[in-house]
Write a protein that binds this ligand. Structure first.
Ligand code: NAD
Length: 288
C-alpha cells in the first residue's frame, strides 16, 4: 500500500516509522522532519499517489485546512484516515467533503500516547464506512493492538471524548480521595489495596495510580513528568463539552472536570505536568 502521512509530530513520526517498515510512506509536516521517512514538499504532494492518507494533526481547524488541500489531489477511491483527536463536527465535515471528492474517510483517534505510538500498541476507535475500515485494518494492526469500529463518520471521535471524559473525572475523584484518606490518617498503600480491588477501582487507580510509590509504575513515580500532559487532558475535556453542548447532553461531572483542568493548566502549575499531578494540587489546598 502507498501511504501519505501528514503530521509527523510526537505521535505521527513513530506511527509513520512503524508503517515504513513494510509500506511505502511519504510524509509531510510544516515543521517536523523526522529521519527515516521520505518527505514531500507539500501535503498535496504526499497525498497524490497514496492509497491511504493518514493525518495526525493538532486540532479540527488544521484538519479541515489540510483536508481541503489534499482531497482534490487524492486519487479516486483512496481513503483519508484521520487519527488526530478533533471535534466530532470537524470529523463529520471532513468525511462529507471526502465523499464529495470520491474518497472515503475514517476518523480513528487513538488511545495509548507516545509509548503506544512508538511500540505499535495503540488502540484505535474508528468511525466511517465498514469497507474502508476493513481496508485500513492491516495498518491498524501495524500501528496498534486493537481497532474498534464504532459506527459511521464521527463515531470514533465520539468514543474517544466519552472515554477521556470518564478518565478526567475518575482521575480527579481518585486524587481527591487520596487527599481525604491522608487527612483521615489512612495509609496510602492500604487505600490502594482496598480501592483497587473494591468498587472504587478504575484505570486511574489501578493502572496509573497518582500517588508516588503506590501501585504499578506511573508518572507519579517520575515527578509527574508526562505521560499524558494536563493540557492534552484539558483539550479532550473541552471537546467533550463542545459535543455535549451541541448534542444537548447533561454532563455535570465532565463540566466540573473541564473547569478544574482549565484552572490547573491556565492559572496554576499544571501545564507540562502529567494529568495525575492533580494529587499534589489537591494536597496543597484547603476545602473551598
Ligand atoms: P504534535 O504537536 O507533536 O504533532 C502535530 C504535528 O502536526 C506537528 O509536528 C506540526 O508541525 C504538524 N502540523 C501542524 N499543522 C500542520 C499542517 N497544516 N500540515 C502538516 N503538518 C502540520 O502533537 P501530537 O502529540 O503528535 O498529537 C497529534 C494528535 O494526536 C493530536 O490531535 C492529539 O490530541 C492526539 N493525541 C496525542 C496523544 C499524545 O500523548 N501526544 C495521545 C493521544 C492522541
Amino acid at each position: 500500500m502507498k501511504i501519505g502521512f501528514i503530521g509527523l509530530g510526537n505521535m505521527g513520526a513513530p506511527m509513520a516509522a512503524n508503517l515504513a517498515k513494510s509500506h511505502e510512506v511519504t510524509g509531510f509536516d510544516t515543521v517536523a522532519a523526522p529521519e527515516g521517512i521520505a518527505l514531500a514538499q507539500s501535503a498535496a504532494d504526499a497525498a497524490r499517489d497514496a492509497d491511504v492518507v493518514i493525518t495526525m494533526l493538532p486540532n479540527g481547524d488544521i484538519l479541515r485546512q489540510v483536508a481541503a488541500e489534499i482531497h482534490p489531489a487524492m486519487k479516486s477511491g483512496a481513503i483519508h484516515l484521520d487519527c488526530s483527536t478533533v471535534d466530532v463536527e470537524s470529523a463529520r465535515a471532513v468525511a462529507a467533503q471526502a465523499q464529495g471528492n470520491g474518497l472515503s474517510a475514517i476518523d480513528a483517534p487513538v488511545s495509548g500516547g507516545i509509548g503506544g505510538a512508538t511500540n505499535g500498541t495503540l488502540t484505535f476507535m474508528a468511525g466511517g464506512p465498514a469497507d474502508a475500515f476493513a481496508t485500513v485494518q492491516p495498518l491498524f494492526d501495524i500501528m496498534g493492538q486493537k481497532a474498534v469500529h464504532c459506527g459511521p463518520a464521527g463515531n470514533g471521535q465520539a468514543a474517544k471524548i466519552c472515554n477521556n471524559m470518564i478518565l478526567g473525572v475518575t482521575m480527579i475523584a481518585t486524587c481527591e480521595a487520596f487527599v481525604l484518606a491522608d487527612k483521615l490518617g489512612l495509609d496510602r498503600q492500604a487505600m490502594f489495596d482496598v480501592v483497587s480491588t473494591s468498587s472504587g477501582y478504575s484505570w486511574s487507580m489501578n493502572a496509573y495510580c497518582p500517588a508516588p510509590g503506590i501501585g504499578p509504575q506511573s508518572p507519579a513515580d517520575n515527578d509527574y513528568q508526562p505521560g499524558f500532559a494536563s493540557e492534552l487532558m484539558l483539550k479532550d475535556l473541552r471537546l467533550s463539552q463542545m459535543a455535549a453542548e451541541a448534542a444537548d447532553a447533561d454532563t455535570p461531572m465532565g463540566q466540573a472536570a473541564t473547569a478544574l483542568y482549565q484552572q490547573f493548566v491556565e492559572e496554576e502549575d499544571g501545564k507540562g505536568r502529567d494529568f495525575s499531578a492533580m494529587l499534589p494540587r489537591f494536597e496543597s489546598r484547603h476545602r473551598g
